[in-house]
Design a binder for this molecule. Structure first.
Ligand SMILES: [Zn+2]
Ligand SMILES: [Zn+2]
Length: 235
């Protein structure tokens, strides 16, 4: 029954390429072969703390060098360039949810080894406020978390952390304003005592969201917090 439903959906809404938006001829693929090089993975030189690109000689990015982080480590897969921005817009706002397959597969392919080495007990996506989730129809971080959890065999707990109030869009705020904007915005619905937690989100910019999540998780008993995001950048 599920198969028939999936087939009908494929005819009505054929899966599309997350890079060019074209219909995928080969249903086994999640991106067209000629588009594979469009998204740029973070190079081999990245911050040992937050995963941001750094110069060959640097161990930490300038932000991690100057402040203490609540999380232990994190990685991002792609650079948040114009192509990735467009792709994410279609995924988040224009119904191209099948892109999640390519995103999650890439996250596991590029940073799956790091994730496993962190030995997380559970994956927790960055929550959206319930009103925002209702408007958008889904939480992209939860979609990525579900898919990654399935591939790597790690349980996912979506509703443990929730957003208790709506916050302004972070886009036009600087690092300090972002921190203030998110203060106490995340709440725990229950304890996470003694757990090693992997936080999942779509974009990492200044790290204020992941920091606020980590703070909330640690206050509620978490043992260690790590994160992975699909991309990292400043636009
Ligand atoms: Zn394509
Ligand atoms: Zn860093």
């Amino acid at each position: 029954m599920k198969k028939i439903k999936e087939k009908c959906l494929d005819v009505l809404y054929p899966p599309r390429c997350p890079a060019c938006g074209g219909i995928l001829e080969d249903k086994q693929r999640s991106i067209c072969p000629q588009c594979e090089s469009i998204f740029h993975p973070v190079s081999e030189y990245y911050c040992m703390k937050c995963g941001k690109p750094v110069n060959e000689t640097e161990e930490y990015c300038s932000e991690c060098r100057h402040r203490e982080r609540k999380f232990i480590r994190g990685r991002s897969v792609f650079l948040y360039n114009a192509q990735m921005k467009n792709s994410l817009l279609r995924y988040k706002y224009y119904g191209s949810r099948e892109y999640g397959k390519y995103y999650a597969e890439s996250m596991c392919r590029y940073v799956g080894r790091d994730i496993k080495s962190w030995r997380p007990d559970v994956i927790i996506p960055v929550p959206l406020h319930r009103r925002k989730k209702r408007m958008r129809g889904f939480n992209q971080a939860a979609d990525l978390a579900e898919r990654i959890g399935k591939i790597l065999g790690i349980p996912v707990a979506e509703d443990v952390i929730y957003k208790s109030r709506e916050t302004r869009s972070q886009k036009k705020l600087d690092a300090e304003e972002r921190k203030k904007n998110l203060r106490n915005a995340f709440q725990a619905a229950g304890p996470v005592t003694g757990l090693r937690i992997l936080v999942v989100d779509d974009v990492y910019t200044t790290g204020s969201t992941v920091e606020a999540m980590a703070e909330c998780l640690l206050e509620n008993g978490a043992k260690a917090v790590f994160f992975v995001t699909l991309c990292t950048g400043n636009i």
